[in-house]
Design a protein around this ligand. Structure first.
Ligand code: SAM
Length: 254
């Protein structure tokens, strides 16, 4: 079972608000009527693209994510998984994948597939998390360590499939796919989220952090909550956190 199964609602109210931090820039850097958003999640980027008047097709590997995006926007939403998209070559002016290539089994093949469905001259825009620990993850990591959370093992890709989690690594994936990179940089923003909302994403099993939490005993889970609320309480204002965040970002021309 995929680690994205059964987490769509918990994702929507927690980590989707983190990933939404790049949406404005992705849309500003891509022009065109026919827009494919791959790994659409709960639909923030796809919805924002429809509001610009684009004809949007959204794709996700998880059926619950597909259902949520279908409910969120007018447009075509399809269940499909990289590296195999059910579209002809050169079908879209714009292809986006926001925090997706870091979750797929074969990132190089995935970006080749994004490139395949983009029209010549069309734009492919992708983001991923850099390897260094983000401030939100440091806080959660401190709480998990203090609570004795046992890390999960074996979640990394094999070296021949993996890529360097950086602007350089993401740029390399685009160039290997035959794309011409026009922007390769890091995006920075502040993730504003309530402590309760962040906690609900973790207890809802979102991503590695949530899966790790769910794999613990009830006793360790209770300790993790106590530690996390204490640590986050020290940096929160009125229950809200402002967490500096960063993404590797590449825009390329097909
Ligand atoms: C971190 S979420 C990002 C969601 C969305 N792009 C956003 O910015 O909120 C990763 C998404 O990729 C989807 N996903 C994972 N593997 C995939 C694959 N092989 N092909 C397509 N989507 C995939 C997951 O179901 C999840 O919705």
């Amino acid at each position: 079972m995929s680690k994205w199964s059964g987490v769509a609602e918990a994702y929507r109210t927690s980590f989707a608000t983190l990933c939404a931090g790049t949406v404005e820039r992705l849309l500003a850097d891509t022009i065109g009527d026919d827009h494919l958003d791959v790994g659409c999640g709960t639909g923030d980027l796809a919805l924002a693209a429809t509001r610009l008047g684009r004809q949007v097709v959204a794709v996700d590997a998880d059926p619950e994510m597909v259902a949520m995006t279908t409910a969120a926007m007018r447009g075509v939403v399809i269940e499909a998984a990289l590296p195999h998209l059910p579209f002809d070559d050169a079908s879209f002016d714009v292809v986006t994948a926001n925090f997706v290539v870091n979750h797929v089994p074969d990132p190089r093949a995935a970006v080749r597939e994004l490139a395949r469905v983009a029209r010549p001259g069309g734009r492919v825009a992708v983001t991923c998390w850099p390897a260094r620990t983000q401030p939100w993850a440091s806080l959660v990591g401190d709480a998990f360590t203090a609570a004795g959370v046992v890390p999960q093992t074996g979640q990394r890709l094999s070296p021949e499939l993996d890529f360097e989690r950086s602007v350089t690594g993401l740029r390399g994936l685009a160039e290997d796919a035959g794309l011409k990179v026009v922007t390769a940089t890091e995006l920075r923003w502040e993730w504003e989220i309530g402590v309760d909302a962040l906690w609900s994403g973790i207890t809802g099993g979102v991503a590695t952090v949530g899966q790790t939490f769910l794999a613990q005993t009830g006793e360790v889970q209770d300790k993790a909550e106590t530690e996390l609320r204490q640590i986050m309480g020290e940096v929160a204002r009125d229950g809200m956190l402002g967490l500096p965040s960063a993404a590797a970002y590449v825009v390329a021309v097909a």
